[in-house]
Design a protein around this ligand. Structure first.
Ligand code: UT7
Length: 343
């Protein structure tokens, strides 16, 4: 039987500092009730001095290794999904690899914006299914508030910071990543972008003066595409996994906006109580949002062996992605690993 890639460990990190809607009322012309009714967000976490995407990914990665009972030196690959890397060079994944001590692992970043984690586990799963690697760490982290224009009420109310990571391991169980669908429609219209600081517009006094280092978004247009593409990709991922919505135990969606989540859930014909939502507490944390939700569920013992999960996301790029993941018998994978080590 072919290898599948099962999640065997998870961890997350949320910064200490909380920014509430009331705090935002003091910065821009908005209200707590507008933000709650239009987005579902009550508060979000914001990084403090000394924190960055790599420090948060590192904290999450250490917890993921602990929970998987895997040593850093036994990792084959470290992947980091982020739109807000520490630097253009080196990759954030390389910083995480070095600080973890994952001395036998390759490392690279992946930028698929809010869909980045689902892209990341898809890539990891391909390496594992092909037999190239046994153990891959996929981290996803964002410091979106470092790219936020605090005078733009259209965007500054949405975003939060955080990171989460999982360990994926080869298994012969019929579990792990069962299917994945990735999609993109290149955003040439500036629907959601950070345009300054790259090779098209290298950082300069002019780019900074024009605010090109900030996130810009035409939220309404993104909203409509988000619902359509999340529904289509979810249906396709279910079809490939030969499952229907009735077989799903939980949906772990990108936490962008509660109205996007309700519209997606209704279009898919899924019960509302199967949609996991934590955006009220964390806001939109980009690539980190799906694994933050997943790690929270796993840590709360909400996931049982054999549960079918649908992970679905949409974001800048534009990108979208959906994956069906069956929760594996992790204890059996750990026992098998220990047997192999002592054999
Ligand atoms: O992470 C993946 C990618 N991102 C997303 O998925 C985000 C998708 N988009 C959204 O979540 C929503 O479009 C937003 C929450 C960003 C905006 O909600 P909306 O219902 O689409 O509002 P809108 O942009 O159509 O604006 C409606 C009104 C406007 O006023 P007028 O022109 O009708 O007078 C805005 O100026 O709401 C106004 N508005 C605000 N009012 C109070 C926009 N932002 C605010 C605000 N507080 N923060």
């Amino acid at each position: 039987m072919e290898n599948k890639a099962a999640i065997t460990g998870w961890g997350w990190h949320s910064p200490e500092h909380t920014l509430s809607n009331r705090d935002l009322e003091k910065l821009v012309d908005t209200t707590d009730s507008w933000i709650r009714s239009r987005t579902g967000i009550r508060e979000r976490r914001v990084v403090g001095p000394g924190e960055s995407t790599s420090t948060m990914c590192l904290a999450a990665a250490k917890k993921a290794l602990d929970s998987a009972e895997v040593k850093a030196q036994d990792l084959d690959l470290v992947l980091c999904a982020t739109t807000t890397p520490d630097f253009l060079l080196p990759a954030t994944a390389c910083l995480v690899q070095q600080h973890l001590g994952a001395v036998h692992a390759g490392a690279f970043d992946l930028n698929a914006a809010c869909s980045g984690f689902v892209y990341g586990i898809t890539v990891a799963s391909q390496f594992i299914q092909a037999g190239t690697y046994r153990r891959v760490l996929v981290a996803a982290g964002e410091c979106l508030t470092r790219f936020t224009n605090w005078q733009d009420r259209n965007t500054c109310i949405l975003f939060g910071d955080g990171a989460a990571a999982v360990v994926l391991e080869a298994t012969k169980q019929n579990a792990g990543v069962l299917s994945a669908v990735l999609g993109s429609h290149g955003d040439t219209e500036g629907l959601l972008s950070i345009q300054g600081g790259g090779s098209a517009h290298p950082a300069s006094v002019e780019t900074v003066a024009a605010g090109m280092h900030h996130i810009r978004m035409r939220g309404n247009e993104v909203f409509k595409k988000a619902v359509r593409m999340m529904v289509q990709s979810a249906q396709e991922a279910l079809r490939i996994a030969k499952l229907s919505t009735r077989d799903l135990n939980l949906v772990v969606p990108h936490q962008a906006n509660s109205r996007i989540l309700s519209a997606t859930q209704e279009s898919l014909g899924i019960d509302a109580d199967k949609m996991f939502i934590n955006l009220d507490r964390l806001g939109n944390t980009g690539a980190a949002s799906v694994p933050l939700a997943l790690a929270e569920l796993a840590s709360g013992n909400r996931l049982k062996v054999g549960d079918n999960l649908l992970l679905v996301a949409f974001g800048g790029g534009l990108t979208w992605a959906a994956a069906v993941v069956r929760w594996a018998d992790i204890a059996a994978i750990k026992r098998e690993r220990a047997r192999r080590l002592t054999a």
